[in-house]
Unconditional design. Structure first.
Ligand code: SDX
Length: 380
């Protein structure tokens, strides 16, 4: 008796690998990185320490962390090939595409498969941060500023972008955002990077695959889309009508819904609480987006909560990004910088017992079909 074949469109509910890197407890709305509640990591750790945690699945000792920071900060320096590429393309393409170009350059001549290539993993995270900042700086008329060894990763990211050491407040907000976006199991972008890595393509090319999957508005692109959405709605008064029209046209509200969370995304709650601390420092545009987002949250939940569709991390983060001065077309790129930590950690973890990822498809076309020569084919 032939077994019926099940097709899992979008791999919904399908486990494709084992991993010790994170757990999304969607029942209770808790995200764990290697067993640590991300809420506690935001309050007590740093993105630099979270990168170590992702690569080693444990927190570093003091001496280990000192050595790790030396490698991470040394790796933030860019080479002439990077700087020339940024100067040439920063004004003619979007930030994310140029990030992908640069990380592919980093992988020139390399092959994959080394599950202990921690130096390359650290280098990838470091370079992505410096690429991000230098691309933005050049797009706004500036030029490469070398990183400073005495600054943390978030401090250098803002220093290399703006040419001045950021305030403690801005550096801390960016550190929290980097921690919150570092890892999230096997979303489309991480899966894309694992598919590339499973062929033993190099680490950097596999990251590029993740970057390009992250770009879409159903995934990382939603952060920029949700900010643009709020600006296009234009006022709090227009939110009810806009929500009803959007849903009646079967369109998606950006920043709402999640394949795994069927409750409020715990990261969004953490971001909302951080925003509450800085209400006083919002400019008029950000304040308007904040008010519209609050109305969207209230009104969107009215129609969607009963279906398990709640705000996700991308609804609120744009407000914090703008508050620390990031351009409105840089949010997905910053997401990519942070998620490079998760991507490289998953790739090294997967390479420990590598298996080429090659799913099947259920053929639903006609067969067999007889070939008819062109001259005998009549009709349309
Ligand atoms: C991220 O996976 C991760 O971990 C991703 C991420 C990470 O950290 O890596 O968390 C980051 O990508 C967060 C998600 C950002 N994307 C958005 O905000 C875009 C808007 N959201 C939707 O496109 C959607 O919710 C998804 C893509 C996030 C999840 O979609 P699913 O699981 O594929 O579900 P679906 O699209 O099949 O929707 C099921 C139903 C549909 O209605 P019906 O056809 O059954 O009538 O729910 C509706 C959808 O129309 N629905 C929405 C909606 N999301 C789902 N309706 C209106 N607005 C929405 N946002």
């Amino acid at each position: 008796m032939v077994q019926p074949i099940s097709v899992f469109k979008g791999l919904e509910g399908v486990y494709v690998t084992e991993s010790a890197l994170s757990l999304i407890d969607s029942e209770n709305g808790v995200l764990y990185y290697a067993g640590y509640d991300v809420k506690e990591l935001v309050e007590r750790s740093s993105f630099e320490e979270v990168v170590f945690l992702m690569l080693h699945q444990r927190l570093p000792t003091s001496s280990e962390f000192t050595e790790f920071l030396k490698l991470l900060r040394r790796s933030q320096e860019l080479e002439p090939i990077h700087i020339e590429t940024i100067r040439k393309y920063a004004g003619v393409t979007d930030i994310l595409s140029l990030l992908a170009m640069l990380i592919v350059l980093e992988g020139r001549g390399k092959i994959g498969g080394n599950s202990n290539d921690f130096n390359a993993a650290v280098n990838a995270v470091a370079k992505m941060g410096s690429f991000f900042s230098t691309i933005i700086r050049v797009r706004y008329g500036g030029d490469y500023i070398p990183p400073r060894r005495d600054l943390s990763f978030p401090e250098n990211l803002l220093y290399m972008m703006n040419g001045e050491v950021p305030s403690r407040e801005h550096a801390d907000v960016l550190d929290d955002l980097l921690i919150l976006h570092a890892e999230h199991g096997i979303p489309a972008s991480t899966f894309a990077s694992l598919v590339a890595a499973s062929t033993l393509s190099d680490l950097y090319s596999s990251i590029a695959a993740g970057i390009l999957a992250l770009k879409g508005p159903l995934h990382g692109g939603a952060s920029e889309a949700s900010y643009a959405q709020a600006l296009s709605i234009g006022s709090v008064e227009k939110v009810p009508e806009w929500v009803q029209l959007t849903l009646s046209e079967k369109k998606k509200i950006m920043g709402f819904g999640h394949r795994v969370y069927k409750i409020y995304d715990p990261r969004a709650t953490i971001v909302k609480n951080i925003i509450a601390r800085f209400m006083g420092s919002m400019n008029s545009e950000v304040k308007k987006v904040y008010e519209i987002t609050r109305a969207l949250e209230e009104y969107g939940e009215k129609y969607l909560a009963s279906r398990g569709i709640y705000p996700n991390v991308d609804l609120w983060t744009p407000i914090l990004y703008r508050m620390i001065g990031l351009p409105a077309d840089s949010f997905t790129a910053l997401f990519a910088v942070s998620r490079t930590a998760g991507w490289v950690a998953h790739i090294l973890e997967y390479w420990r017992e590598n298996k080429l990822i090659r799913p099947l498809h259920l053929y639903v076309g006609e067969r067999p079909r007889k070939y008819i020569p062109l001259e005998l084919r009549t009709g349309s």
